[in-house]
Design a protein around this ligand. Structure first.
Ligand code: ADP
Length: 485
């Protein structure tokens, strides 16, 4: 899209430049031609006028001889020429009508006032006039003219350039488009490649070979940048993982020691209270460290997800059973998923973690007495898991950010956590070539939708699964998908 608009913008610019150049060329051509033709015709007519004077000056008083002399010497009728001689304001000779009828000699008016030595367009004729005097004679004005061939040529030239220029522009635009497309094809394939890279393919790079040198250099520069990003990301990931591992052992020891102390019966009530508070925080800290380790493991195992065939329906039922105490504690009603098996290739442990995190959040953020609905179905080539609750919901401006690491909508929403649960869900989904998205309305509820590719066997049961889904209240997936991460 970007390239298409770039191509059209460049071609538009190129056509404008070509149009301006073409117009300048047209103007220069016409002006130079007019100037050159004007000079030529002036010279010709000036010389001819002199000739007419030379031939006629001794016979001006004998019109018949004058006529035959001029016609013999200049043949005006057969050569589209015009000659007029006036003596003392009286015409003593005027050439006849041209044989090809290109102008009417009798209708050509005299140049008044006389413009000596200038060629003027009079009707279809270019007319030149000059006065001559000789002692004892009145003033003689000789006018010579020539049909405006130059004007006809100029008109034709202008017309053909006016017709030719748009054709030239069109051809140039087509040629420009083809050249641009050819030049930008490698950029397009680089964009396609970059967009096809998924989160779990950090080692993929842009195609660069066989491209034009500048584009190849661009591809190589981008690839080097990806290398640097990859190595920086791995570095941060290693650091997080090492730090979390280093913290895990002392935390376990501290927790163990605190649990031992807490079991003592002779503790003063305020000490007992403090130890329990510290123990709670330690448990939260241990959970955080475990989550960090899980995340860094996910990152370092990109693309290496174990490929067992996992039945998501079975996994979801198992997870709900295991979490029944939490559900009962808050008196939440659960609608369990139904239908045929939905099989996906992946890591059972991690997919379970997705379900646990989503269900735990639904429980955490739903008031007692609320409802949680879990649906698992196959749609096209994808398995879809929906965890819907009637909880506090998430305002639209936070819906994208909840999947970021350490992001919590607001700590005062009544539940503790570190903001890593959904980041882990997202990471696991991406590692499985899938997405997670949310659709939510504050005070109404949220629906988290996970989509992962079905296994070949799972795809077969798609139709069957759809029939089951139709029997259930189905959230509008199209809106949720628009925000899939
Ligand atoms: P936390 O440990 O804080 O729950 P998560 O990454 O699991 O971290 O969630 C991030 C934020 O998203 C939470 O702070 C919470 O405000 C919001 N959230 C997650 N699930 C729900 C839900 N089902 N209903 C309402 N808000 C939710």
């Amino acid at each position: 899209m970007i390239l298409r608009s770039l191509t059209s913008r460049l071609i538009f610019l190129y056509c404008i430049i070509l149009l301006l150049l073409g117009a300048a060329f047209l103007a220069i051509t016409v002006i130079s031609f007019r100037h050159y033709a004007g000079q030529v015709i002036t010279n010709i007519l000036a010389v001819r006028t002199q000739d007419v004077w030379r031939v006629s000056r001794d016979e001006l008083h004998r019109p018949d001889i004058l006529k035959s002399l001029i016609e013999k010497r200049f043949s005006p009728e057969s050569q589209d020429r015009f000659i007029r001689i006036e003596v003392d304001g009286k015409t003593v000779y005027r050439s006849g009508e041209p044989l090809n009828g290109q102008f009417s000699a009798r209708d050509i008016p005299p140049i008044l006032p006389l413009k000596e030595g200038a060629v003027l367009p009079i009707g279809e004729v270019m007319l030149y006039a000059k006065s001559f005097t000789q002692p004892g004679w009145p003033r003689v004005i000789i006018e010579t003219g020539q049909f405006q061939y130059a004007q006809t040529v100029e008109d034709r030239l202008t017309r053909s350039l006016f017709i030719g220029l748009p054709i030239l522009l069109l051809l140039a635009a087509i040629a420009g488009y083809l050249v641009m497309r050819r030049a930008l094809t490698p950029v397009e394939s680089m964009i396609r490649a970059a967009e096809s890279f998924t989160f779990n393919e950090p080692h993929k790079r842009l195609p660069t070979t066989g491209n034009e040198p500048t584009i190849e250099a661009l591809g190589l520069a981008l690839n080097r940048m990806l290398d640097r990003l990859d190595s920086a990301y791995s570095h941060v990931n290693r650091f997080t993982s090492d730090a979390a591992h280093e913290l895990r052992t002392p935390l376990t020891i501290i927790r163990g020691e605190l649990e031992l102390i807490a079991r003592q019966e002779d503790l003063a009530p305020d000490v007992d209270e403090s130890i329990r508070t510290v123990l709670e925080e330690m448990t939260r800290l241990s959970g955080l460290v475990d989550n960090l380790i899980a995340l860094s493991r996910m990152d370092s195992l990109w693309g290496k997800t174990a490929h067992d065939t996992v039945d998501l329906l079975d996994l979801a039922l198992e997870t709900i059973d295991q979490m029944h105490l939490l559900l009962e504690e808050k008196q939440l009603t659960v609608t369990k998923p139904r239908g045929p098996a939905v099989l996906v290739p992946g890591d059972r442990g991690r997919l379970k973690q997705v379900l646990v995190n989503l269900l735990a959040n639904a429980i955490k953020y739903t008031a007692p007495g609320g409802r949680i609905t879990i649906q698992i179905l196959a749609e096209g080539m994808r398995a879809v898991v929906m965890v819907e609750d009637t909880g506090i919901g998430i305002a639209p401006e936070y819906q994208q950010r909840v999947f970021d690491r350490f992001y919590r909508v607001s700590p005062d929403r009544g539940a503790d956590g570190a903001g890593l649960g959904l980041a882990i869900v997202k990471s696991i989904c991406q590692a499985h070539g899938g997405t997670v998205s949310v659709r939510s309305k504050p005070s109404v509820g949220s629906c988290f939708v996970v989509e992962v590719p079905l296994s070949a066997a799972g795809a077969v049961s798609t139709m069957e699964s759809r029939r089951f889904a139709e029997g259930l209240p189905s959230p509008d997936l199209s809106q949720t998908r628009a925000r899939a991460v």
